[in-house]
Design a protein around this ligand. Structure first.
Ligand SMILES: NC(=O)c1ccc[n+]([C@@H]2O[C@H](COP(=O)([O-])OP(=O)(O)OC[C@H]3O[C@@H](n4cnc5c(N)ncnc54)[C@H](O)[C@@H]3O)[C@@H](O)[C@H]2O)c1
Length: 257
């Protein structure tokens, strides 16, 4: 019998990552739910197992290379392969230049970018031996524009674009595709925290803030985590085997490039 394909999703204890993990489990992958916090990581893993799918939860801070190496060692020991890596984990601090210390700057870049390098390097090692694979990165609408209150985030997400392209060029000859999904507005803990900060800066309520924001979006609404997950599912599928090096906006047309 063919061995099931294995997908690792980082930052999967909540939000978009959780939706991606559930979708890939339904698609037939054995899924690895990675998270920084044990509570939500194991909760999501249990939810997927209870629905009858094969899954494990691994707590690991993906901004720490040693922890990433240990996570991959655990996955390989248990399942022997990695077919899809979704580098989804990220943080989005809202603060002005005066509030950013070099330590805070480094931590954001480490979480949003170095994590992708650590995980992708390890995944590529196994994917090369297996004859192919898929690396799918979380970019953002912020990979294409600038925000004065999100200097660290903007920097990291523009770098994700470059990383995605360069890695795609490097790994194409090994039948490994590398792409990024770039959401605009998805109502998750991250988006709600940001909305609270922006609405208080603007002196309006969170509901009013979203009304203003949705007016700027041609499709007039937020994207759902499930819509993002459906696109990731496509990128992971055989139908997308010749798509690589692309950073694709999933934002209802909010910013068009
Ligand atoms: N929500 C949006 O509107 C939006 C828009 C553009 C891009 N994105 C990107 O999509 C991804 C997911 O965002 P979300 O909205 O679901 O965020 P979220 O905050 O709801 O969830 C992110 C998850 O990542 C985990 N995480 C953070 N640092 C980690 C680390 N070092 N190791 C392991 N896990 C870690 C968090 O604990 C959390 O569970 C992020 O990369 C984000 O930048 C989101």
């Amino acid at each position: 019998m063919d061995q099931k394909k294995v997908a690792i999703v980082t930052g999967a204890g909540a939000g978009i990552g959780k939706a991606i993990t559930i979708r890939l489990a339904k698609d037939g992958y054995v899924v690895v739910v990675n998270g920084r916090k044990s509570s939500n990581t194991f909760e999501v893993a249990k939810e997927i197992q209870d629905a009858g799918f094969e899954c494990i939860g691994i707590v690991c801070d993906v901004s720490d290379e040693q922890q990433v190496d240990e996570m991959f060692a655990q996955v390989i020991q248990k399942y022997g392969r990695v077919d899809v890596l979704v580098n989804n984990a990220g943080v989005c601090p809202v603060r002005g230049l005066d509030e950013i210390t070099s330590g805070k700057f480094e931590q954001t870049i480490r979480t949003n970018l170095f994590s992708m390098f650590y995980c992708s390097k390890k995944a590529a090692e196994y994917m090369k031996r297996q004859g192919g694979g898929r690396i799918i990165n979380a970019g953002s609408q912020s990979s294409f524009r600038q925000n004065p209150q999100m200097i660290e985030y903007t920097t990291s997400k523009w770098a994700v674009r470059g990383f995605t392209r360069a890695l795609a060029a490097a790994l194409g000859p090994f039948n490994i595709t590398v792409n990024s999904y770039c959401p605009g507005t998805v109502i998750t803990q991250m988006q709600l925290k940001n909305a609270e900060e922006y609405s208080s800066m603007m002196g309006i309520t969170v509901e009013e803030y979203f009304k203003v924001r949705f007016k700027e979006i041609p499709m007039g609404r937020a994207q759902t985590p499930e819509e993002i997950a459906a696109f990731v599912s496509y990128l992971a599928s055989d139908d997308a085997k010749n798509i690589t090096g692309q950073n694709i906006m999933l934002n209802g047309g909010h910013v068009m490039c």
